[in-house]
Design a protein around this ligand. Sequence first.
Ligand SMILES: Nc1ncnc2c1ncn2[C@@H]1O[C@H](COP(=O)(O)OP(=O)(O)O)[C@@H](O)[C@H]1O
Ligand SMILES: O=C(O)C[C@@H](O)[C@H](O)C(=O)COP(=O)(O)O
Length: 336
Amino acid sequence: MASVIFAEGRTYDLTAIGRLCIDLNANEINRPMEQTMTFTKYVGGSPANIAIGVSRLGRKTAFIGKIADDQMGRFIRSYLEKEGIETRNVVTDATGAVTGLAFTEIKSPTECSILMYRDNVADLKLGPLEVDESLIAESKALLVSGTALAASPSREAVLLAVDYARRHGTKVVFDLDYRPYTWQSEEETAAYYNLVAEKSDIIVGTREEFDCMEKFEANPGHDDRITASKWFGFASGIVIIKHGKEGSIAYSKDGQEHRARSFPAKVIKTFGAGDSYAAGFIHGLLSGWTIAKSMEFGSAAASIVISSHSCSDAMPTAAQVTDYIERCARGEMSAG
Ligand SMILES: Nc1ncnc2c1ncn2[C@@H]1O[C@H](COP(=O)(O)OP(=O)(O)O)[C@@H](O)[C@H]1O
Ligand SMILES: O=C(O)C[C@@H](O)[C@H](O)C(=O)COP(=O)(O)O
């Protein structure tokens, strides 16, 4: 039996809401940013990466967001269109806001960091009146990125989008996607994250992201089961806690626990793991697979992306992920 029942007869499998940005990934890898001279430009932003990933996996995908009225904004729109993503609700900013930039530092396969330039960014200027309710009503699932809750008016736009989703029976997938520099305080983050988590069908985050949400609650041992069980009293049916190379664990409302190990990877950089994992996992649920099989597919997609230079551009097709899983099962792949 399918682990999540999605509404039938919808045009789109997934609509994502949140930031559309630019990643500038270091070309000279295994060195600090101070010594990095050249970068390659890709479309970025966690929800953008996930939408691109889900689209590459063969799903009908749409995006709700705001882009700058400049060359970067136009690059993002045309890339999404090239990927077959519906952009009718990608609004062009008229206030002179800019595109968010993420410069990535690849010091070693395990030491990666991101330098973000996010002052006056267009993505956080998406307003509630700009959210197209009909697009959400036409979608099986809405992916919400937690970073879009960091400031108004994007915060209100997302809260309204979540309410539209609940009104129309569109499943809400909440990726915590916590980026500290976009928030004023941890108290503010916890308040808004909890508000959306209560209305979400599926919640995905790393252990550290859930810790941030639980700042003021009793879970001194950072126990994943305690973390998950809180949400089953609300709308949530699945809570996934990601543990990097150690794999991931999901809990479902029926009391079951599901685990996925990570796959071998020749890691170039670790960012992009979570976004490709989410894309693969969502594709699995949309395919009617079990939670465990969906997690396995997400983990394999993550291994492919972290073995590549980019996040968005490296998102694999379903055939590539399946082939990767089979090659690993035959012992043909080893960690780099
Ligand atoms: N070093 C790694 N090697 C292989 N797989 C990894 C590695 N790091 C992450 N992954 C895979 O990506 C998934 C998500 O990674 P994680 O680091 O937990 O999320 P995020 O990128 O959001 O911080 C993991 O569950 C795992 O399957
Ligand atoms: O999310 C961003 O703004 C930057 C991303 O495009 C970036 O490449 C990244 O950090 C991916 O995040 P992850 O999948 O959570 O590692």
